[in-house]
Design a protein around this ligand. Structure first.
Ligand code: SF4
Length: 323
């Protein structure tokens, strides 16, 4: 049985009296102890999808219009808020992109990591502080005592993100959602943190959703990959199939943008144009204004997500080139 099963998720926002459809019918399954990488440029609906799992869409202006999100026998989109609070932080945790804005600046790091242990696990202050110190060591913090009594602004970006990881792991969640967890960090710190996340996931038997705009990052981390564009899934497959034989022109272009150490000369590859805003999604295939393989049909007819060859029967693409 999958750890999480999302079906036909639809999320919109009311902006200036118009409805912006940020997520348009997204479905996916995440297996136990596996990692699903959700990839796409900014504005493709990745983070809105992740926030919907935790039901963190601000309403208004946001609204989860439809869909089911099955986790441990419950539909997270329809259970009462009280039950959802039990799930958040305890069974599902999230790591955000910028720890400086996610950690509370007026509380010490120790206080913030111990809080879920006291709230969700009913631990006493002393026991929570001891476990907190253990968690800090586990995530590679060399001076747990100093960090325990430090405020977020006293720490470097990499150290703050380690505190966020410790906080996310505090209640031993079954599912960890990492939304661009290393984007705000230096490249060398990024590599160390990704390695740490992978090690902790294996050790604790968690499932993970890793959201990133960088296909290079998911290459070493994800078992399955879902590529999103304009609020839809445009391709999904086991990671190997995505990297060895991408089918959707958008995925092909994303792969070409990964900088390579072998390409010592020449310009970096870019995808011309920009992602349409949810208020201006073009008719037909939303990628057609940027697609080098677009035909007349692409501007008129919206392609369906279809199964394509390979990927052990799990490879799907949304493109008129297939079917
Ligand atoms: Fe390109 Fe057409 Fe396929 Fe869209 S449907 S990705 S425009 S070829």
């Amino acid at each position: 049985m999958p750890c999480l099963s999302c079906s036909d998720l639809r999320v919109s926002f009311r902006i200036q009296k118009k409805t912006a459809r940020a997520v348009r019918g997204v479905s996916f399954e995440l297996d136990d102890r596996k990692t699903l990488g959700i990839v796409g440029e900014s504005g493709c609906g990745k983070s809105v999808t992740a926030s919907s799992i935790m039901r963190l869409i601000p309403a208004p202006p946001g609204k989860i219009e439809a869909g089911t999100m099955l986790f441990e026998g419950k539909d997270l989109l329809s259970i009462p808020e009280k039950q959802m609070r039990e799930v958040r932080g305890r069974r599902i945790s999230m790591i955000f992109q910028d720890p400086m804005t996610s950690l509370n600046p007026v509380f010490t790091c120790g206080h913030q990591v111990a809080e879920p242990l006291i709230l969700h696990k009913g631990m006493g202050k002393r026991a929570a502080a001891e476990l907190c110190a253990e968690l800090f060591s586990e995530v590679g913090i060399a001076e747990p005592k100093r960090v325990f009594s430090s405020y977020p602004h006293n720490l470097s970006g990499g150290m703050r993100q380690r505190v966020m990881i410790a906080m996310a792991l505090a209640c031993s969640p079954r599912l960890l959602i990492a939304d661009e967890p290393t984007t705000a960090l230096d490249v060398t710190v990024q590599a160390k943190l990704l390695e740490l996340l992978k090690k902790l996931q294996d050790a604790k038997g968690m499932s993970m959703i890793l959201i990133t705009h960088n296909l290079g990052i998911v290459a070493g981390m994800a078992h399955d990959v879902m590529v999103m564009y304009a609020g839809e899934v445009v391709e999904s497959a086991p990671a190997r199939a995505i990297f060895d034989s991408p089918r959707h022109p958008y995925t092909e272009r994303l792969l070409k943008t990964i900088p390579s150490i072998e390409k010592r000369s020449g310009r970096l590859t870019v995808i011309p144009g920009t992602v349409p805003t949810p208020l201006e999604i073009p008719d037909g295939c939303p990628f057609h204004p940027r697609c080098q393989r677009a035909t007349e049909r692409c501007g008129k007819e919206h392609p369906a997500l279809r199964r394509v060859d390979g990927g052990g029967g799990k490879h799907q693409a949304r493109c008129h080139l297939y079917g």
